[in-house]
Design a protein around this ligand. Structure first.
Ligand code: NAD
Ligand code: LMR
Length: 333
């Protein structure tokens, strides 16, 4: 490990592992974590960059650049291709390393290529991570990869495994903000139910702008024909226009996710994909996007919401899609 002296505080550093550390998302994510955007401005961090052997040299280059950034909170950087060493004692793991889809592919097409990665990483987390580890799966298909990792880490409570749907949530806020000419933070009670896939349901049933119902300020046609499909297909739109999949926005969403998990949301709703315990009719264990608030370092699913006839089939389509993905995942070894 390359260790750096910091004068920032006497706090014990938080150990953070980022897989796929030589890739596009990590190139943005690592700097945000090291800058204190996740764990706070007085919390030192130690980063472990986990890669595959072929990408070790590139990961070493990324580590050199981290060192060259002379960041006050960065206590040390470790680069490894050994899974067990990569997760030893880790408090937070961003599981980014996986193949992105290309033009015309669906995220679930990546399950065969990527799913096995999360069996091995789940086992390594089980064996070596800190008891309080928080795991955020970013690599696609993120929900089912989190399901796979959680199953492989039988001793780690399932609730410690999440998948990233904050990007879908942020996309919803951004689109609303452009439509209604208001800042993203002025909206509340937005949720994206389900799977990080085209079936996802960005739901405005409960949404408010400065305390007033959003549904009274938009027309139904825009909601069903533009908002829902555009948010759900935004990943493909980015691939089409940019030529490769979203990276900085994904890193930013991952930062938002773990920051809110650790620091709480002060009553604000956000979207997190987490293992269901049966809420809203979702099969136990499926990793599903729910409305949540962050309290005391844990997520609480917002419960007892009334689900109407517009919402139910859209939520059910996601349950069905995730059941199908789980069948494929269960057959991987
Ligand atoms: P990338 O190809 O730029 O980087 C991926 C990196 O992962 C590569 O460096 C590769 O060597 C590494 N890797 C592969 N297998 C690994 C393993 N077993 N252990 C450690 N590292 C491994 O891809 P990217 O743009 O950074 O995207 C990464 C993943 O994130 C993709 O699956 C992409 O689809 C997904 N993604 C998810 C979201 C989301 O919202 N959930 C958003 C954007 C991208
Ligand atoms: C996204 O939503 O941008 C990512 O999941 C990348 C993709 O494949 O769409």
């Amino acid at each position: 490990m390359t260790a750096f002296a910091t004068s920032s505080s006497a706090k014990t550093p938080v150990k953070v592992t980022v897989t796929g550390a030589a890739g596009n998302i990590a190139y943005s994510l690592l700097w945000r974590v090291a800058a204190g955007d996740v764990f706070g401005p007085d919390q030192p961090v130690e980063l472990t960059l986990l890669e595959i052997p072929d990408a070790m040299q590139a990961a070493e280059g990324t580590a050199m650049e981290l060192a060259d950034s002379a960041m006050p909170l960065l206590k040390g950087v470790n680069v490894t291709d050994n899974q067990r060493a990569g997760f030893e004692g880790t408090n937070a793991a961003f599981l980014v390393g996986a193949k992105p889809r290309g033009k015309g592919e669906s995220r679930s097409d990546m399950l065969e290529a990527n799913g096995r990665i999360f069996i091995e990483q789940g086992k390594a987390l089980n064996d070596g991570a800190a008891q309080d580890v928080r795991v955020l799966v970013v690599g696609n298909p993120a929900n089912t990869n989190a399901y796979i990792a959680s199953k492989a880490a039988g001793d780690v409570p399932a609730e410690q495994f999440n998948a990233l749907m904050r990007l879908d949530h942020n996309r919803s806020l951004s689109m609303l903000s452009q439509k209604l000419d208001a800042a993203p933070e002025e909206f509340s009670r937005v949720v994206v139910w389900g799977n990080h896939s085209d079936t996802q349901f960005p739901d405005l049933t409960y949404a408010q702008l400065r305390g007033e119902n959003v549904s009274d300020q938009i027309d139904q046609n825009w909601y069903t024909e533009e908002f829902i499909p555009r948010v759900a297909k935004r990943g493909a739109e980015i691939i089409e226009v940019r030529g490769k999949s979203s990276a900085a926005s994904a890193a930013s969403a991952a930062v938002d996710h773990i920051r809110d998990w650790v620091q709480g949301t002060d009553g604000r709703w956000t979207t997190v994909a987490l293992p269901s315990t049966g809420e809203y009719g979702v099969d136990e264990g499926l990793v599903f996007g729910f409305p949540v608030i962050g309290v005391g370092g844990k997520w609480q699913v917002v419960e007892d919401l009334e689900i109407n006839d517009f919402q139910r089939p859209r939520i059910d389509a996601n349950i069905e899609a995730l059941r199908e993905e789980a069948k494929v995942a269960d057959a991987l070894s």
